[in-house]
Design a protein around this ligand. Structure first.
Ligand SMILES: Cc1cc2nc3c(=O)[nH]c(=O)nc-3n(C[C@H](O)[C@H](O)[C@H](O)COP(=O)(O)OP(=O)(O)OC[C@H]3O[C@@H](n4cnc5c(N)ncnc54)[C@H](O)[C@@H]3O)c2cc1C
Length: 200
């Protein structure tokens, strides 16, 4: 059993495209970001068919070249077929509205997710993998998250102290322990936090 304490501005749980993109963007803005991904990569994941609007996000994240160079199949449109095969319709990205570039990719998610996660790490996010977030505790001065690792060294539990949100916004993140069953309390908390962030 090992133990360490670290401070981050944000902890992102999950290193799929959503988590990687979030971690990358926050790191680009100078935030100290920890990303926990429970599975070693590459790993299978469903969801391989991209739309051209994703390209704009890749560009914003600075990962466009890495995606373009990963050897994915070029995709210029998609054919939709009814389950009985009786009807089909081709959607051509070239005639779709607001499409800056009518080409995207059919990806294998194992490689696609690896590219995005590698980019998040290169941008400055502290990516830990395999590392499963198992518990989170809210307190007035921050959030403590526990991470579980199973490896050659056995179990390791990290306590990660996160304090940027209360410190930056002045909003005490202190939902009661029973908040899970009280969506109105959480909604009120989220509203206060959003207002504080908007106010800078
Ligand atoms: C049948 C099906 C077909 C689909 N087809 C498409 C498609 O063609 N095109 C498309 O764009 N989308 C498709 N999708 C949707 C697509 O799969 C999702 O939108 C996408 O994977 C969501 O990305 P994400 O990063 O939010 O979550 P995920 O990709 O699911 O990533 C979540 C990550 O979090 C990790 N994780 C979970 N819990 C923990 C924890 N406690 N601690 C640490 N890590 C954790 C997981 O290991 C995982 O890697 C499809 C979905 C389904 C179900």
């Amino acid at each position: 059993m090992g133990r360490t304490v670290d401070s981050y501005d944000v902890i992102v749980v999950g290193g799929g495209p959503g988590g990687s993109a979030t971690a990358t963007r926050l790191a680009q803005h100078g935030r100290r970001v920890l990303l926990l991904e429970r599975d070693p990569f590459p790993r299978f994941h469903i969801g391989e068919s991209q739309l051209p609007w994703s390209d704009e996000i890749f560009r914003t994240l600075g990962v466009e070249q890495a995606i373009a160079g990963a050897g994915f199949v070029d995709k210029w449109g998609a054919t939709f077929i009814t389950s009985d095969g009786g009807a089909e319709q081709y959607a051509d990205f070239a005639v779709a509205p607001q499409t800056p570039r009518p080409q995207t990719y059919q990806v294998s998610r194992d490689e696609f997710d690896r590219v995005l996660l590698t980019h998040a790490r290169a941008t400055g996010a502290d990516v830990r993998q395999p590392a499963q977030a198992v518990d989170v505790t809210f307190a007035a001065d921050g959030v403590t998250m526990q991470q579980f690792n199973e490896g050659a060294g056995g179990q390791v539990v990290f306590h990660l102290h996160v304090h940027i949100i209360p410190r930056k916004t002045g909003v005490a993140m202190k939902p009661p322990a029973s908040a899970k069953e009280k969506p109105d309390v959480l909604a009120e908390q989220a509203k206060k936090l959003a207002a504080a962030i908007a106010a800078g």
